[in-house]
Design a binder for this molecule. Structure first.
Ligand code: TXA
Ligand code: MG
Length: 310
């Protein structure tokens, strides 16, 4: 398949209307989109990414009026979170409407919904005139793409179109909050922090899965965000080709070093750095641990997942 690369959101939206797959930028990472109501197109997302079928997708909307097509209930806590954080890097899991094909939600009775605040993403979504389900636009298991070149690296020839934008501002995937129960549960950390969520809904809790609990956010059990190199949380491996990323300079020598000015820059840079390390044949990447407040919680979550043994 020839992958068209365009900067025109209307042209990209036409591909969605025809049932094609479009990668598009958001403030978090690039997504790989299809019309939520076109079950064949949604199925092709799983094929293009080699994504396990039990991993549900997030539906993206350009305007709040689209919510009604996706969900059947919005409780008061969800209403408050929508009022404060939409548009933005927050996904809410809500009870899904009957018309949403079950392939989009991996058979779950709920659906993740997000309204990006990214200008080009919203323009594209408005032209689509339908909610667009989109996982991150990487091959399953690879680091999420923060540039259109990273999308191209993974998906060229596998998708119809890439809507080309700037490198993404946040660099980590959205915060995911389950709003189907009595109180909101933080399923995946992101740029909207637990502290911020609690200023709006104080009873928001961290989801701590117990062994026998039904997997509430199936995607979280899959291996994620991993470069080919082995990732270390702090520490140094005695490999020949090693890299380091952190906020302060390392004490030993590395072949490749990235010093970030603050936690935001660390988050914005991490996935692109992982990909850069792979291109250069790096064997181990040492990531400096940072405090788990604000974006630090999301950053440490992604680093730990990337470091899990394969
Ligand atoms: O920032 C983001 O969220 C990006 C951009 C493109 O919006 N998208 C993204 O999608 O990261 P993805 O597919 O890589 O991650 C979606 C995750 C799932 O793996 C799952 O953990 C959670 O969101 N999720 C989606 N729908 C859910 C549902 N109905 N119930 C529980 N968790 C859900
Ligand atoms: Mg992903």
């Amino acid at each position: 398949m020839l992958t068209q690369i365009t900067s025109d959101p209307l042209e990209a939206a036409r591909t969605i209307h025809r049932g094609g797959l479009v990668a598009f930028p958001t403030e978090t990472v690039y997504g790989l989109g299809a019309d939520v109501f076109n079950a064949d197109a949604v199925a092709r997302i799983f094929e293009a990414k080699l994504r396990p079928a039990d991993n549900p997708l997030i539906a993206h909307i350009g305007e709040l009026s689209m919510l009604g097509k996706l969900v059947r209930e919005i409780n008061p806590a969800a209403e408050k979170l929508i009022a404060h954080f939409f548009p933005g890097p927050l996904t809410l899991v809500l009870k899904k409407a009957a018309g949403v094909p079950s392939i989009a939600t991996a058979g779950l009775d709920s659906i993740g919904v997000r309204m990006p605040r990214h200008d080009l993403a919203r323009e594209f979504l408005k032209h689509c005139r339908t909610p667009v389900v989109a996982p991150s636009a990487n091959l399953s298991g690879r680091p999420s793409p923060t540039t259109w070149n990273a999308v191209e690296e993974d998906l060229r020839g596998r998708i119809a179109c890439i809507l080309k934008g700037e490198p993404t501002e946040i660099g980590l995937e959205s915060t995911v909050v389950d709003c189907t129960g009595l109180r909101p549960l933080l399923l995946r950390a992101g740029a909207v922090s637990l502290e911020e969520l609690r200023t709006v809904v104080p009873e928001t809790a961290l989801w701590e899965p117990t062994v026998d609990e039904v997997v509430r956010s199936p995607g979280l059990k899959h291996k994620h965000y991993a470069p080919k190199a082995r990732v270390l949380v702090g520490g140094v491996a005695d490999s020949a080709r090693r890299a380091y990323i952190g906020l302060t300079p390392p004490e030993t020598e590395f072949n490749l070093v990235m010093i970030c000015a603050d936690a935001d820059e660390y988050a914005r840079t991490l996935f692109a750095f992982f990909r850069e390390c792979d291109r250069r044949g790096i064997e181990t990447i040492s990531c400096q641990p940072i405090g788990e407040t604000g974006i630090g919680r999301a950053l440490m979550d992604r680093i730990r997942r990337a470091a899990e043994d394969r």
